[in-house]
Design a protein around this ligand. Structure first.
Ligand code: UGA
Length: 381
């Protein structure tokens, strides 16, 4: 199938793109390499697919580009692009959330409503739930898709608004939308603002871990390959159309429990700095995965221990490469003035290369002409 992946250079996007190509699909990826985090990390994530014959990358901004360019002939849209980050969505930065999360989703839906799309899969978030009040006497609450949602962060508000837009276009235009609510996704390639990336980075640099609040907040951490499996299943599952589905890892734990596990994996214990709880941070996300299982017959496969081990292994190599790059850049001496001899040599080399290329081209033309002459019947006399 011909699939459009928005945000293909992002954390989930790069994993998904690799998987779709492995499945034999043709992937058109759009990404504007937004400055929210380093371009180098995104490029590293996309590296394995850049030369794949069935992959094409369009570096443009979905808020302003002519969408027809990427929607023409597309059978499935997987819309992952957006402005992420729960805690940074307050204040002036909200305009980025508004545009990148709501307006871009509306543009994509509007532009594709008349076409014969087989699926429009939207990456929603557990952040749409907010702090759902705990029923009396119950120690924990699993969030299900029919519960009243009340986001606690501006980010969550924009993710919910875009989800509602998908539902509207499904109802009014019969668009085959599927909204997947991802719960704190982690794994190799994770965004640098997210907890595990930051914690692993601190451990590797022997720095203190920064914990927001008391560390007792619960997250249903979900391994990226499990998320990719569900997206892949949503492309073909007829039952998924028109649905909103939780995609949770299935083993929620407190942040401090996850920290302890990461310390065990790394074999290092770190100091911790406890800072105040961040505005927008919810107390607990535990996914009710009954609908996920019913529609896709899917259960998450990767345990937190296994997934964190894989992220830790990736993180060591990634940080080493980042540190190496920084060291090389720091050692590069700026050129002051011009070395006339070196410049003359470069020019001479360039001239020689051009001359050689011209000679080779002439030879190729002559060879072709003599071959053609030899092929003409009777031309050999
Ligand atoms: C993550 C993503 O950032 C969102 O894009 C996504 O939509 C969301 O999951 C979701 O599932 O709704 P979050 O749960 O905040 O958001 O994930 P992390 O950034 O990994 O943070 C997990 C917890 O660790 C939060 O309570 C956060 O405050 C805490 N944290 C994070 C720290 O204590 N210290 C840090 O340095 C970073």
């Amino acid at each position: 199938m011909k699939i459009l992946v928005t945000g293909c250079a992002g954390f989930i996007g790069s994993h998904l793109t690799q998987r779709l190509l492995k499945e034999g699909h043709e992937v058109l990826g759009v990404d504007d390499f937004d400055v929210y985090y380093a371009r180098s990390q995104k490029e590293k994530g996309l590296m394995p697919v850049l030369l794949h014959p069935k992959f094409k990358l369009v570096e443009e901004n979905l808020a302003t580009m002519a969408l027809i360019k990427v929607l023409k002939g597309t059978e499935v849209v997987i819309h992952l692009a957006g402005q992420p980050g729960v805690r940074g969505s307050w204040g002036a930065s909200f305009s980025r959330y508004l545009s990148n999360n709501i307006q871009v989703t509306q543009r994509l839906l509007e532009e594709s409503k008349g076409s014969k799309l087989k699926r429009f899969i939207y990456a929603s978030s557990s952040s749409v739930y907010g702090d759902v009040p705990m029923p009396e006497g119950q120690p924990e609450l699993f969030l299900n898709e029919d519960m009243r949602v009340q986001p606690k962060s501006p980010y969550g508000v924009t993710k919910l608004a875009a989800e509602h837009l998908c539902q509207l276009y499904h109802m009014e235009y019969k668009m085959p939308t599927v909204c997947l609510r991802f719960f704190s996704v982690y794994g190799p390639g994770q965004r640098p603002d997210m907890a595990f990336h930051r914690f692993a980075q601190s451990i590797l640099h022997d720095a203190a871990l920064t914990i927001y609040g008391d560390g007792k907040q619960v997250r249903d951490f979900t391994y990226v390959d499990d998320v990719v499996d569900v997206i892949n299943a949503a492309i073909t599952s007829p039952e998924a159309v028109g649905q909103v589905v939780n995609v949770g890892g299935g083993s929620p734990c407190t942040l401090m429990e996850a920290v302890t596990l990461l310390e065990e994996i790394s074999g290092k214990t770190s100091a911790k700095t406890f800072l105040e709880r961040q505005k927008g941070d919810v107390m607990a996300t535990r996914a009710d995965t009954a609908r996920l299982e019913k529609i896709f017959g899917f259960k998450p496969k990767v345990s937190l221990k296994e997934g964190l081990t894989r992220q830790w292994e990736w993180m060591q190599k990634f940080l080493q490469s980042e540190d190496d790059e920084k060291a090389i850049k720091a050692n590069v001496q700026p050129i002051v003035g011009v070395d006339e001899d070196a410049l003359a040599q470069v020019k001479a080399d360039e001239k020689a290369a051009k001359k050689a290329a011209k000679k080779a081209k002439m030879k190729a033309v002559n060879d072709k002409l003599s071959n053609e002459a030899a092929d003409v019947p009777g031309s050999d006399g």
